[in-house]
Ligand binder design. Structure first.
Ligand SMILES: Cc1cc2nc3c(=O)[nH]c(=O)nc-3n(C[C@H](O)[C@H](O)[C@H](O)COP(=O)(O)O)c2cc1C
Length: 269
């Protein structure tokens, strides 16, 4: 009998009249909290996206500076980065193209775009699709001659795709440095690719021998070509090391920057 007045009320009035610990009110509060929280998280995520993109770009630029030996702690990265001349290379011909703005061209996005990339049947670097165009960074001497060229490289390690850069001297064959700016290998094992002592091993090594045959190797022992072409594999992380070996050889080879490096050697750049 005491419920009779409630039965005549509308659903909202009945909801308001229900006790605070009723199932309806508990579910309502829980759902409302979830909605408000997800709206706040989405709004913050959207608002911070430009900042995240900016930081990612800055990090990449800092890595280009690092691999070229120009990074100094506390430096103005944007200003420091302005010494580089970005160029988009068409990988098949190894020549520069002005079909894209080199300052904003996104190699990673291009690798996912069917029009700007190809699916690899022979895929030693484990990347699936390969961009047809890649951004390289030229460093010039005061007289305009080429000093170094910084090339993007990436490929699969043990757990993740490693993204990085290799810096070459103007002859397109001597390695100045190599470093990765993004990967998910295990700290203390595969992530030792970031160890400055290991990265130092790359300086002074050569890609190809005098016959032009690609010889650079990451391995536990020195290859027949000799120590000039050998970088020691990481201790306890052979699988990541094999991945680095594969990706470096892929990107420095015919299917990667090979044609570009040939043009560089013959003075065509
Ligand atoms: C939890 C865990 C994480 C590992 N992470 C890596 C890694 O990031 N890179 C790698 O090459 N090996 C990693 N390993 C080791 C490999 O399974 C493998 O033992 C190793 O690559 C062999 O290297 P070694 O021949 O130099 O000992 C990991 C092993 C475990 C158990």
């Amino acid at each position: 009998m005491s419920d009779a007045p409630n039965q005549n009320k509308g659903p909202i009035a009945r909801f308001l009249a229900a006790p605070p610990d009723s199932v309806g009110k508990t579910v309502f509060i829980a759902v409302s909290l979830c909605l408000v929280a997800s709206m706040i998280v989405s709004a913050v995520s959207v608002a911070l996206r430009p900042l995240q993109e900016q930081n990612k770009l800055k990090d990449k630029q800092a890595n280009v500076l690092q691999v070229a030996g120009l990074f100094e702690p506390g430096m103005d990265v944007l200003e420091g980065f302005s010494v580089f001349e970005p160029q988009v290379v068409e990988l098949e011909t190894g020549t520069f193209t002005d079909a894209f703005d080199a300052a904003t061209f996104d190699d990673r996005a291009a690798a996912a775009d069917p029009e700007l990339s190809v699916r690899l049947s022979d895929d030693p670097a484990g990347i699936g699709r390969q961009t047809k165009f890649a951004t390289v960074y030229l460093l010039r001497n005061d007289d305009g001659s080429l000093d170094k060229v910084i090339l993007p490289i990436h490929g699969y390690g043990l757990w993740s795709t490693l993204y990085g850069f290799i810096a070459l001297e103007e002859n397109g064959n001597d390695i100045f440095g190599l470093q990765f700016y993004d990967h998910g290998e295990t700290p203390g094992l595969g992530a030792e690719v970031d160890n400055p002592r290991w990265k130092t091993l790359w300086g002074g090594k050569k890609l190809a021998d005098e016959d032009g045959s690609l010889q650079i190797t990451v391995a536990k022992s020195v290859p027949p070509a000799g120590v000039d072409y050998h970088v020691d594999a990481l201790a306890g992380a052979t699988l990541t090391s094999v991945g680095v070996d594969n990706l470096v050889r892929f990107w420095m080879g015919e299917a990667g920057f090979g044609p570009f490096l040939e043009n560089l050697k013959s003075g065509g750049i």
